[in-house]
Structure formats: C-alpha cells, structure tokens
Design a protein around this ligand. Structure first.
Ligand code: GAR
Length: 208
C-alpha cells in the first residue's frame, strides 16, 4: 500500500479528484494518510474531514520566521511517514531539506505544459492569465517530481487542453482542471503505487 500525504492551500479540487479515484478504485494500492494545508481556511481541509482523513494546518503565520515554519512543515510531513507526498495546489516553496529527505517522493501538479508558464510567480489563475495574454492556442497541465527548483523537476505526465476564443482566465482554469489536472494527477499516483514509474537516463519512463 502506497501511503500518500496530500498538501493543499485552497479549494482542494485536486485533492477531491484523488479521494474520489481512491474510493472508486481508479487509484489502487493507495491509502491517503493525511492532508496538510498552509492555510487554515482552505476548503480542502473540509473535504479531508468529510472523508475521515486526518487534516492539519501548518501556517507560516504561526512561526517567527521561515526557517522555523520549514522545520515545522518537515516535522509534520515526517509524522505521517508517507511513501509519497502529493502537492495538489500547495502554494508553498518546498524547503530544500525536505526535497533532499524525499528524493523522487514528492510530486506536483502544475496548470500549464512545462516549460511554458512555470517557475517563480506562476501559480493558480496567474498561469492562465499569462497564457491568455500570450495568445497560446494550446495549454494543459503537468505532473512532475519536485526538486530544489521551482517547477524544474522531471516531468512525469502532461495533457494538452485547447484554448477557446474569448476564454476568461477562470474559464480556461476550469477546462484545464477538468480535462487535464483531475485526470493526470490520479493517474500518476496509481502508476507510482503500482511501480510503473521509473527514472532512466534522467527522464521518466512509464512501464507498460
Ligand atoms: C490547481 O490549478 C493547481 O494546478 C495549481 O493550483 C490549483 C489548486 O486548485 N497549482 C499551482 O499553480 C502550482 N504552481 P485546487 O486547490 O482546487 O486543487
């Protein structure tokens, strides 16, 4: 059984997609052992509680400085003893110490086709605003391993989504979530839980 810990900051629709996929067995061999939010008001915390999943808040507001917050975050992560940490809309830079302690054991969902529209400052709705400003016709989502950089880790899976004429950032965000994020994030977790994700020559290979 792969023990996963899901980290969230907001609405938690990706968390919900994971919960649903575990419950309807689209994700197998997996147990959600907990949810961590950096934001006490995140609706994602309610979603976890509704499904009897242990949910805790670790907020930077409760610590005197970033390094104390980072220590508390890592301690909380460790307390769940996860096999995989899933960043599902977690808008916090992962401390280097945590990346080093969990090599290839942290994955993130990003709402664009990396390496487009990613890196520092590209999160949530902003990603879609920038994509629309640039006039792209295709966007999508990426699931990648987390390394020390921002959105620079090895790409595991991507899915493309069309931009439609007249899209608002919100409309585009919703389409990218429905058609890509809620599909590929559960899919990747299932593949990892079933030992199908390997790293070969610095690239991710999905075993058939
Ligand atoms: C999702 O669109 C996710 O891809 C994005 O935040 C949103 C969270 O929504 N993450 C990033 O932008 C990370 N750089 P959710 O709370 O409803 O899952």
């Amino acid at each position: 059984m792969l023990k996963i810990l899901v980290c969230v900051s907001g609405g938690g629709t990706n968390l919900q997609a994971i919960i649903d996929a575990v419950e309807n067995k689209q994700i197998t061999n997996t147990e959600i052992v907990g949810v961590i939010s950096n934001n006490a008001n995140a609706y994602a915390l309610e979603r976890a509680k509704n499904h009897n999943i242990k949910a805790v808040c670790v907020s930077p507001k409760d610590y005197a400085d970033r390094s104390l917050f980072n220590d508390a975050l890592l301690e909380t992560v460790d307390s769940f003893a996860p096999d995989l940490v899933v960043l599902a809309g977690f808008l916090v830079a992962i401390p280097e110490k945590m990346v080093q302690k969990y090599p290839y054991k942290i994955i993130n969902i990003h709402p664009s086709l990396i390496p487009s529209f990613c890196g520092v400052g590209y999160y949530g709705l902003k990603v879609h605003e920038k994509a629309l400003e640039r006039g792209v016709k295709i966007t999508g989502a990426t699931v990648h391993f987390v390394d020390e950089g921002t959105d620079t880790g090895l790409i595991i899976m991507q899915k493309a989504v069309s931009v439609e004429d007249g899209d608002t950032p919100k409309e585009l965000q919703q389409r990218v979530m429905e058609q890509a994020e809620w599909v590929i994030l559960p899919r990747v977790i299932d593949l990892i839980a079933n030992d199908k994700v390997n790293v070969l020559d610095g690239k991710v290979v999905i075993m058939k």
